[in-house]
Design a protein around this ligand. Sequence first.
Ligand code: CS2
Length: 470
Amino acid sequence: MSRLSPATLASLPATVARPLYDRDAQKVGIVHFGIGAFHRAHQAWYCDAAMNGASEQGGDRDWMITGVSLRSPGVARQMNPQGGLYTLAERSAEGTALRVVGSVRNVLVASEEPEAVIAAVAAPDTRIVSLTVTEKGYCRSESGDLDFALAHSLSFYYFVTQGLLRRRKAGLPGITLLPCDNLADNGAKLHALMRQYLDRHEPDLLAWFEDTCACPSTMIDRIVPATTDEDRAMVAEGLGVAEDLGGLADEACVVTEPFSQWVIEDKFATPRPQWEAVGAELVSDVAPYETAKLRMLNGAHSMLAYCGLARGHTYVHEAIGDPELHDLALRLMGREAAPTIAAAPNQNLAAYAEALIARFANPSLNHRLIQIAMDGSQKIPQRWLETLAANAKAGKSCPAILTAIAAWIRHLQGHNGTVDDPMAARLSALARKADTAQATLAIFADDGPMAGTWVPTQDDIAGLSEVVLA
Ligand code: CS2
């Protein structure tokens, strides 16, 4: 089977959409840290669409991406032999649409070629350094400050800082640092963490960073399950030039849903792609969108993950098809999360909840609950605890989230296999020590690993329900 590449692009079936721009004539304008499936289904897809052009005047220019993996060579091995090309498969009950995305030029592995990564950040054409490094990739300690032991010379902090030093020395402009992870107020958080890093390692660079760089906040949304061998086989068949050749292999393909949303704070220090021409929203305040997304979509997702696993489900669409969990998701979003959100004038939270239920029910995505269950300690504060805290202030309890917490404790006890979480050892030890109520008290206590946002009351503890877990 031959491989998807610039040379095989022209022979794809007409049903497969492909880049309309001359890829070789475009410069790299973005360096992206964390080029996993999410980036390929989201930001890289917006850049591809922007370069394709939304108007007859043609597209945006020079927004190719150099992807960086900090450690794992896996994505580089998949994408570089394909000249950066990969297929995005949008799947729903209505069918599958395939598009070859052309916006990635190459992928660097920082652990193998650190100098090339620094040079990419320092390159005169680079305007934006963006990130999807997951919640834990920001290297925060339990207090939320930078953990300097984690933010070492294989973290993005190091590479960005080295690149910025070179830019300043060469008299080049600063960059826009664009975080695309599910953290509340991600721009302000990244800005504060970068300042802490610079203050410790390069204090002389701080003023230049403040003057020439910016960190807009973003709300990013697209459901992207991890790609499976079945997905790769489905894509190979769709790319098949001739049946007898058995299709074209694409090692880097990604499967996603038709829906996509990107709300970006319009606070760039540099030029940027005209993403708004291809569906992104540039706004002055991302907070209402980000808060709704984290507390409703991600909040319900994590609940479905832990409660769904407890009830023997494997996929999100199975969990939302379970009447008990469907009801719990509606209550979590509608009665517990939505009242804590100061919606923007054009936001309808009831319609949003309804649309989310329909997205969760997509039968073609096969989104694994265990994928969402990963890294709970990093996700739960912005997904559940802020909602709990806001309701507590208003004297209200949150039975749906309390049920989800009980299911998380059960997960930490090892009922769903090995716990994948940077704090697994400490959390699991506490979860195993006693019953659900005592474990919750210990985990969220003032000196516990999840202290900070929410303190359970006696009523909360009494309300830790295991009903839906039966
Ligand atoms: C999910 C998210 O894995 C998870 O924790 O909740 O990745 C979710 O699919 C995305 O945020 C959707 O935009």
